[in-house]
Design a binder for this molecule. Sequence first.
Ligand code: IMP
Length: 442
Amino acid sequence: MSSANSHGQQKHTCVVGMGWGDEGKGKIVDLLAGDFDVVIRFNGGANAGHTVRIGDDAFALHLLPSGVLREQAVSVIGPGVVVDPAGLVEEMVGLESRGIDLTGRLLISDRAHLVMPYHKLEDRLRDSGSQGKKIGTTAKGIGPCYAEKMLRSSAFRMVDLVHLDRNTDRLRSVCQRKRSILESMGAEEASLNDEALTFDGTLSMLQSVRKKLAGHVRDTTTWLEHSVREGRNLLFESANGMLLDIDHGTFPYVTASHTGLNGVPSGAGVSPHLVRRCVGVSKAYATRVGNGPFPSELHDERGDRIREVGREYGTTTGRPRRCGWLDAVTLRRSVVLGGVTEIAMMHMDTLSGLPEVGICTGYRLRGQLIGSIPADSDDLEAVEPVFELVAGWQEDVSHVRRFEDLPVQARSYIHRVEKLVGATISMVSVGPERNQTIHRSR
Ligand code: IMP
C-alpha cells in the first residue's frame, strides 16, 4: 500500500479537465495511478472517453476509471456517476478478454443512477434542435438520467438493480409512462417499437447485466471512509471538463454534472476536506466537440493542422473536434473553480513546426475589452478574442524528457501560460505513451 508522503500525510489527489473535455485526463490518471491505491470516478457517465495507450495496446474507456489498467489499484464508480449498465458490462468484458482481471478490483456505488434505454432516445429527441438550443450531446442519455435523478420517484439506482424483483412493477409503469412521453416528443414508431425500449426488453437487459454487476455493487462511501482510515491514497478522476460544468461552464452547452474538484465530495461520497492536490489537465491548445461558444477557435488551416497532427477526433462519437489556440481567460477560470493546484499540459508535441503559437488573453465584446466571461451564450459566441502570438518551435519534442531540453520557445510559451493563468505547469506531455512525459518537479 502506498500510504503517505514524507510528511506522513495522505496525498489524495484529484485530476480534472480544464477545458471542454478530451484534455488527456486518461493518460495523467493512468500515470499517477501507479502511486495510488484507489481510483474513483465521481461524475458523468459513458459520455466520457479516455484513451490509455500502453505499448501497442490502446484502451478506450468510457465508464471504468482509467486506473483499471493498474493492477494494484481498486477502481470505484461513485454515487455521482450515471451508469449505462449494458455499456459497463461490455467494457468489463472487453478488458477481461484482453487479460485484465477485475475480480475484487471494481466497486460500484449502490447509489449510482442507471442510464436506461429510454434516456438515450430522450437525449436524441431533446437534442434534435426542435426542442430548443441544440447542444450536440453525445446521445448517451446523460442529461435525461440526471434530470430523472432530480425527479426522484421514477429514477433507478444500482441498488434497485440488485433488488430488481422489488422494482419490477415500478419499472413497468415507468416504461409505460416514458413511452407516451417519447411519443409526444416525436419519437418514430420504429424507435418506440424497438424491443430494447419495451418493458420486456428493458427488464431482460437488466436481468442479464445484474448477474455480472451485482457482485461489484456496495456502499462505496463506507468503503472509502475505511480506506482513508487505513491509510490508503485516493485518486479522483473527473470526466468531461470544467467548461462543461453544469453551473460554471458555457451553459447551456454543457454536460449535466459537476466536473471539477467541486464535484468530488458529493459525487464520490467523501469528506469535502479530503483532497488538497488537484491536477488540472489542459492541452497546449484548445478543442471542443459539440456545439457552443469557443472564442479562440481557429477556422483556418492552422486549426485543421492541429486536428490532423493531434488526431483530434472524439473517442466516444468519432466527431472531428473543433481546434483553436489556448484560452488563458477560461483556463484562469478553471484554475479557480476547478480547485486546480498544478497543471499538466498535454500535446506540446502537436504544436511543433508552427511559426507562431497563439494565446487568447482577453475578449472584446462589441468593441469593448471585457474582464469576464459573459453568461449569455450569444454574447460569448460574439466575443472577439485578443490573441498574443509567440514564437513557435520547429523541433520534434516527442523524445524530450527534461524541461531544460525543450526548445527555448517551448519553455517561454509554458512560462507565459503559467503567468497568465496563475498556476504552475508541473507536467508536460510530449506524446501518448506513459514515458513521454516531462515531470518538472523532478
Ligand atoms: P452530454 O454530456 O452527452 O450531455 O453532452 C453535452 C456536451 O458535452 C456536448 O457538447 C458533448 O460533446 C460534451 N461532452 C460531454 N462529455 C464530453 C467529453 O468527455 N469530452 C468532450 N466533450 C464532452
